[in-house]
Design a protein around this ligand. Structure first.
Ligand SMILES: NC(=O)c1ccc[n+]([C@@H]2O[C@H](COP(=O)([O-])OP(=O)(O)OC[C@H]3O[C@@H](n4cnc5c(N)ncnc54)[C@H](O)[C@@H]3O)[C@@H](O)[C@H]2O)c1
Length: 695
């Protein structure tokens, strides 16, 4: 065996040369891998004893993509393009032998090979779209030639990998092999040589492209089919354009077009934001004083207190990953109702074909309902999701304290209450932590883990690890009213209410946010959540919200009553602007002595989002969030902030903090409202010409 570079070896097995890439953890296409492939192919081609070449990988996967640490740095030779040209033009057949995942540049390597084989659990995908990019090393030109236009478009615009059986069916791989992969690759290569099979260069294939040539409707239909879920993103459209080029241009020109489109995307604000966010999400897992190797508690059994809206969803998360979970309720009927909802949710997923009926039963079998609190005694983590009332929470935690295992983690799903006060109801406040799930708890990816003053490192490490295990994106925050997400949302809500009194209407405000990229605006969101909840809380606390109260007094509680800030046709959730609501708004404004005026969309956007950024600055100063990018992760995963705008703090940086701060001061001058006072951190960074993310 010869080492070509530090990550690529060349070996001979009879007349077959085997190039093995070994660049842990995922065999990324770093410079030394590209060089190793280039030089290794060169040596094998030059060696008269070699008749065929196999490319395989050591470790747990085939090449799983580019080396993202090289992003944004000057390119280092050889380029992947040059390596792929060399592979494809090799006079000796080159066979890719795939295990694990062939992703991105890794799949593009296989597409330059003449044949591809893979093990049965291998996966194949081009996920560049998730970073706002397109496959830039021939993927957009070669993939449609081998799997057809529709399939290639689907794979590249979703970024989702396909399984080996699908890859075989669509022609992406030539064979599924078992046993030792390298040996199987070598055997396949032997077959190619002895049967004198041709050098199959994908660049020369045309039949699958010819099938759609002169049929622009194929692309028109595809564009229509992805319009909704790709709204606001730039890369999907560039991918479609690149595939159009594959169909209409010769290969070399198609490659040129792919490069142009790739370069455009690379410098686009959308991709910059998405690449930033990719790292932000990984960064959120790091807690400075709780290093990654801090032992957490192994969760073999969980318990959830309360089978309401949140409790049921939280329990589903555990059952979904095979962890048995006990759900405790006060009364049997509440328990039956709660578990009934859980079953209905699973049945709905099964009816859409996403899980089998057997899965439904298996998961329901992992959820044990009871009204006996003692049933939590062997749980490793208990998550409380009872009514949002401090005395009830404290009573529950005092009870838990007496029953739970000494080393169990005791978590609360409170969204507004003080986690430290809840912890004080126990004799083990170090075991208490907040796990703030978002609704619907079985769907939403965000988990705000709330660190109490006394939360132990074990409790923190456990909450972070269990969050990841149940498929969430956990972000650690500190104790304050509303934590990070809702505290910022509150600022936005306050302005939304003012805006409708000053002259805007709910649908104008909502449209500004949906145009920005949010799935929904604040008024449509309130209608969906139900207006009665807030109304009841306000009444209980002697608070008022002039317009919302009037709307609720009419029995308009939102979607569930067919009317709220909007009206709804029966069986339809489309919000329809309602003159009645406009009358109420105008009426309330008049009584309050407000002269309504036209408000521009620009002003609406600034007034809704700048206060959020300002609150984010306060949150950072108070060390409620560890870093600005954590706030962005919270807003993207918890509130639908469009990922192609990075998150509120990244977005603020892209506007420029000086401009943002100065605009706040203008609002302050115009209204005399202290609300618009810039946070000291915002003010300082603006003066220093810095940003939050790169402070
Ligand atoms: N609904 C949301 O969108 C949302 C989002 C995040 C967090 N939360 C928080 O989650 C918690 C639960 O909210 P929810 O919306 O699920 O409320 P819910 O009213 O739907 O459910 C609460 C459940 O707790 C049960 N319960 C009350 N006291 C109990 C006790 N002593 N022992 C056992 N069960 C008891 C009730 O019977 C009820 O079924 C609250 O703290 C809330 O602030 C809610």
């Amino acid at each position: 065996m010869t080492a070509i570079t530090k990550s690529v070896d060349l070996d001979r097995r009879g007349r077959v040369a085997v190039l093995t890439v070994n660049n842990p953890p995922v065999n990324a296409l770093s410079q030394h891998v590209r060089q190793g492939l280039r030089d290794g192919i060169g040596q094998a081609v030059a060696d008269p004893a070699v008749s065929a070449i196999v490319i395989a990988c050591a470790g747990r996967t085939f090449i799983a993509g580019a080396d993202i640490t090289e992003f944004g740095k000057p390119p280092q030779a050889p380029s992947l393009h040059d390596v792929l040209d060399l592979i494809e033009s090799s006079p000796k057949p080159v066979i890719a032998a795939v295990h694990g995942t062939a992703l991105g540049g890794g799949l593009e390597v296989t597409l330059a090979c003449h044949y591809r084989v893979g093990v049965k659990d291998a996966r194949f995908g081009l996920p560049e779209v998730k970073l706002g990019l397109l496959p830039g090393a021939g993927g957009t030109q070669r993939l449609p030639r081998v799997v057809g236009v529709d399939k290639a478009l689907g794979m590249m615009t979703s970024g989702d990998p396909i399984r080996a059986d699908d890859a075989l069916k669509s022609g992406l791989i030539d064979e599924i092999v078992d046993g030792d992969l390298t040996a199987a690759g070598v055997a396949f290569a032997e077959k190619v040589v002895s049967e004198k099979r041709p050098l199959k260069k994908i660049r020369d294939l045309d039949d699958k492209l010819a099938a759609v040539r002169g049929k622009p409707e194929v692309f028109a239909n595809f564009r229509k089919s992805i319009a909704r879920q790709t709204r606001g993103f730039r890369a999907p459209e560039s991918i479609v354009k690149a595939v159009e080029a594959a169909v209409s241009l010769p290969f070399a020109e198609g490659i040129k077009r792919e490069r142009e489109l790739f370069a455009e995307l690379m410098s686009s604000p959308e991709s910059k934001a998405q690449r930033y966010f990719f790292f932000a999400e990984r960064e959120a897992a790091k807690i400075p004083d709780v290093p990654a190797d801090t032992p957490g508690k192994d969760i073999k059994k969980a318990a959830v207190i309360g089978a309401g809206t949140m409790g049921g969803g939280i329990a589903m998360n555990f059952a979904n990953v095979g962890i048995p979970v006990t759900v405790v309720e006060v009364a049997q009927d509440a328990l039956d109702r709660g578990l009934g909802v859980v079953r209905k949710n699973y049945e709905a997923t099964a009816s859409r074909g996403r899980i089998t009926q057997a899965d439904v039963e298996k998961r329901m079998g992992l959820i044990a309902g009871t009204t006996d609190f003692n049933a939590i005694k062997d749980a490793d983590i208990v998550i409380e999701a009872v009514f949002e009332e401090m005395p009830i929470k404290k009573e529950v935690f005092a009870k838990l304290d007496g029953i739970a295992k000494p080393d169990a983690v005791l978590a609360t799903n409170t969204s507004t209450l003080d986690v430290d006060e809840i912890a004080s109801a126990t004799k083990r406040p170090e075991s208490v932590i907040g796990t703030h799930f978002f609704s619907p708890a079985n769907v939403m990816r965000l988990l705000e883990n709330v660190r109490g003053k006394k939360s132990s490192k074990t409790a923190i490490a456990t909450a972070m690890a269990v969050g990841r295990r149940i498929g969430k994106v956990p972000v650690l925050v500190g104790v304050c009213h509303g934590f990070v997400g809702n505290r910022m949302l509150h600022q936005r809500g306050a302005q939304a209410e003012k805006l409708i009194l000053e002259g805007a209407l709910p649908h104008q405000v909502d449209k500004v946010l949906t145009d920005f990229g949010f799935p929904m605006g604040p008024f449509a969101m309130s209608d969906m959540a139900g207006l009665d909840v807030g109304w009841r809380i306000r009444k209980g606390r002697g608070m008022k919200s002039a317009v919302a109260d009037r709307i609720c007094e009419l029995g308009r509680f939102g979607q569930k009553t067919g009317a709220g800030y909007y009206r709804y046709e029966a069986g339809d959730r489309t919000p329809i602007p309602d003159n009645e609501v406009e009358k109420i708004i105008v009426d309330v404004a008049t009584t309050m002595g407000i002269t309504r005026r036209p408000i521009s969309d620009e002003e609406i956007l600034q007034r809704l989002l700048y206060p959020m950024v300002n609150e984010g600055a306060k949150i950072l100063e108070e060390k409620i969030a560890i870093r600005a990018s954590d706030i962005d992760v919270i807003w993207v995963y918890g509130y639908g902030w469009p990922v192609y705008r990075g998150g509120p703090m990244f977005w603020a940086d892209s506007i420029g903090l000086r401009a943002l701060r100065d605009r706040m001061l203008e609002f302050k001058k115009a209204t005399g409202d202290e609300f618009w006072t810039p946070a000291p951190l915002l003010d300082r960074l603006a003066n220093e010409g810095k940003g939050f993310v790169n402070a």
